[in-house]
Design a protein around this ligand. Structure first.
Ligand SMILES: [Zn+2]
Length: 310
């Protein structure tokens, strides 16, 4: 565990590591976005260098709280079968494994800092398609699930909610916590999109193609307060996917940039009103223009900062 020193009460804890930018060749997943988001936030003054914390890789025993021994061993030795690599949809490499482990460490750190400070943002993470025994859909290991389990294991939390606003259903997360009453999983996503098989979350809202801002925000306003009131979580993990955006290449919802800004504000406001600390992960984002993906993620961080200063 690393020592955490946050210098100012008004600073937003932000977690990032340069190794998140893995070379995966020509690909729809822009791993450059993590650095671009960080650089933009620094340039505009939303964050300062001292706000940025570098995670350690998640320890083996933390990973083992979610993933099977057999799968962890396969990752360690790079012995993924061709079929497993096809399902993963990104080329496996030692650099990808290192990034995934750092990312899990980053989500653990984000959770811990959220508990201390009320809100913390991981400029990475949200790999919600990873299952205990395999990775899929660009997700090698499920960083948010590892964070929830690790924080529960160390006694920092007892109950958690996962609010998954990525455009794709949080299938891995749903499967991992299916029989765990301490973790409530909520996924709001495009129904007719990847993944084909959607194991049930505690609450799934599958939206029709092209759903716009008003309906989307209405769903959050309807469900988030009651989820929090009923489940009484010690921590919320918010997957602030940029891919519900109308210009996303892998999404088919109709949210505007303004709608996504309002989504982030609404989530933070509803959780803040209920006094629930929130750890943010960026999750997906594949806009036709990379600049739009970066803008949406930066918007999430700006909204988090405003919430902190409120
Ligand atoms: Zn996604």
């Amino acid at each position: 565990m690393i020592a955490v020193v946050v210098t100012s009460a008004s600073s937003l804890p932000v977690i990032w590591h340069e190794a998140y930018e893995v070379d995966i060749g020509p690909h729809v997943f822009p791993t450059t976005k993590y650095r671009l988001v960080r650089d933009r936030l620094l340039a505009e003054g939303t964050i300062e260098i001292r706000d940025i914390l570098r995670p350690e890789p998640a320890a083996d025993d933390a990973v083992a709280l979610v993933h099977t021994t057999e799968y962890v061993q396969k990752m360690k030795t790079g012995a993924l079968t061709l079929e497993e690599q096809l399902v993963l949809e990104v080329p496996f490499s030692p650099a990808l494994r290192e990034a995934a482990l750092l990312c899990a460490g980053g989500s653990i750190l984000a959770g811990r800092l959220a508990l201390e400070r009320g809100i913390a943002v991981h400029l990475g993470g949200g790999f919600h398609h990873a299952f205990p025994d395999h990775g899929e859909g660009f997700c090698l290991i499920n960083d948010v699930a590892i964070a929830v389990r690790a924080l529960a294991q160390e006694g920092a939390i007892r109950r958690a909610v996962v609010i998954d606003c990525d455009v794709h259903h949080g299938n891995g997360t749903a499967a991992i916590f299916a029989r765990d009453p301490t973790v409530f999983t909520f996924s709001i996503h495009q129904e007719h999109n990847y993944p084909a098989w959607k194991p049930p979350s505690d609450l799934d809202v599958g939206l029709e193609d092209g759903t716009g801002d008003a309906e989307y925000l209405g769903v959050l306003e309807t469900h988030v307060p009651s989820i929090v009131a009923r489940h009484r979580p010690d921590l919320a993990c918010y997957l602030a996917g940029a891919d519900p955006y109308e210009q996303d290449q892998l999404g088919g919802l109709g949210l505007t940039l303004e709608g996504l800004r309002r989504r982030d504000e609404l989530v933070f406001e509803l959780l803040g009103r209920a006094g629930v600390p929130v750890a943010v992960a960026l999750a997906g984002g594949y806009a036709r223009r990379l600049a739009d993906t970066v803008e949406i993620h930066c918007g999430t961080v700006r909204a988090a900062k405003r919430q902190l200063l409120n």
